[in-house]
Design a binder for this molecule. Sequence first.
Ligand SMILES: Cc1cc2nc3c(=O)[nH]c(=O)nc-3n(C[C@H](O)[C@H](O)[C@H](O)COP(=O)(O)OP(=O)(O)OC[C@H]3O[C@@H](n4cnc5c(N)ncnc54)[C@H](O)[C@@H]3O)c2cc1C
Length: 485
Amino acid sequence: MQRHRVAVIGAGFGGLFAIRALRNANVDITLINGTAYHLFQPLLYQVATGVLSEGEIAPPIREVLKGQDNVDVKLGWARQVDTERKVIDVAGPGIDYTVEYDSLIVAAGASQSYFGNDHFNDYAPGMKSIDDALELRAKIFGAFEIADLQTDPEAQERWLTFVVVGAGPTGVEMAGQIAELAHRNLVGQYKHIDPRKARIILIDAVGAVLNTFGDHLSTRALRQLHLMGVEVELNTKVVDVDLTGIEVESERGHQRIPSMTKVWAAGVQAPPLAKQIAESAGAETDRAGRVMVQPDLTVPGHPEIFVLGDMMHLPGDDGRPLPGVAQVAIQGGRYAADVIKRRLRHKDAPAPFKYFDKGSMATISRFSAVASIGKLRLSGFIAWMMWLAVHVVYLVGFKNRFTTVLHWAVSFVGRGRSERVATEQQAFARRAMRDYGDPYRRVREAEEAQMPAETTTGVPTETTTAVPAGKHPAEAEKTKATVGR
Ligand SMILES: Cc1cc2nc3c(=O)[nH]c(=O)nc-3n(C[C@H](O)[C@H](O)[C@H](O)COP(=O)(O)OP(=O)(O)OC[C@H]3O[C@@H](n4cnc5c(N)ncnc54)[C@H](O)[C@@H]3O)c2cc1C
């Protein structure tokens, strides 16, 4: 007899914790994920700044789930879900396939939003994927190298100016790490520049850094950023981004900041799959494209479809949508698994989903963080130690935890950076792949023509679809605006 089939889209926090909670359930699980690894997004900025390797924050899904026999891991991007026929249409690498389900858990995360200014993405990569982090690493370390070669002081300054847009946790952490690099780790390694002269500018349209942490911690974070030499420009709106600079508007008027390295850490939106599922199921989406779910995380009229994590819109106790943080996804994943298990055992449904807020944290520099836990507000070294402990606990895999702690010691106790390798492919591949088109299509065409693939690859054709590195072909059209978070 066929067992109950559970399909899971997304092996992020939500998907992975749901699958683990179904370990002993009498179900067959098919996991569909666009990449072969689970990504621990909170530490992406450390990959971008050479503290950690990409492998440390992205263990292979198959390895993570190797002890769980009821899971079939499939690589591919879920393109659309037919909610009536209960079939998922998936675009794998050069091969399309479908997956049928009885229950579906959708946890496909969120993408970067450029608030309608898609072209900003060309020059200010976001920070949502390993590709983004490696591109930024290449650009950041490359900027110091190129600055060292410049003879024109203006050009040198342009290469030594780093602009981070968005003063939420990701932007603050990124700006803090670039400042540490410039003012501490790289000092004394160049003959023609002084890295300490680098400008790190953090911009936000609102009037506070880490504004969700409240006034007290926000002020602390601002003071620490100033101490580290980060220039913080609040109430400042980015109006354009190009290769050599960024244009902003504030009460001081219009200003151009010459800068070769820009990072976008502002704004998220749900991926196109959220809209497609909502349309197919007759559900609504919010302004950020997230699916409005019921209190049991299911889509109205479809008790078999759960949407959770960054993709869902569910009001919390204060009436505001639950935040896009790891704990919301983790707890949502466990909850959905519990509902499925209870149904299979003909037990009553659990109480509606209730998010237990374990608090928020953000690091600013080594030995300095802020933490908001219940009524407790902590900053400085104690908060940093807590941040360290929490991140080690939630990193997946013992080996990764071990090497991560080792690399933190190298960077935070010592003055090194363990991962400074930066290649031209990392810096330029995203745009090159967009021009090149879908590589799998080329292979397929070569196979169909029964010719060796090598003889045809490298020949651009006008008909190829532009596909950004690591992105679903369906997202190609939106690439300039919607890449990762
Ligand atoms: C830079 C950064 C820093 C962060 N820092 C923190 C922090 O300090 N603390 C915190 O609590 N939260 C933090 N977050 C937020 C946290 O990472 C997210 O809230 C959490 O990852 C959401 O989990 P999820 O399961 O909904 O989605 P994700 O973890 O994003 O997982 C989505 C998965 O779905 C896959 N996927 C996407 N589309 C498809 C598709 N069409 N088909 C198949 N697979 C697909 C992706 O490859 C991915 O594996 C941070 C996020 C970022 C980007």
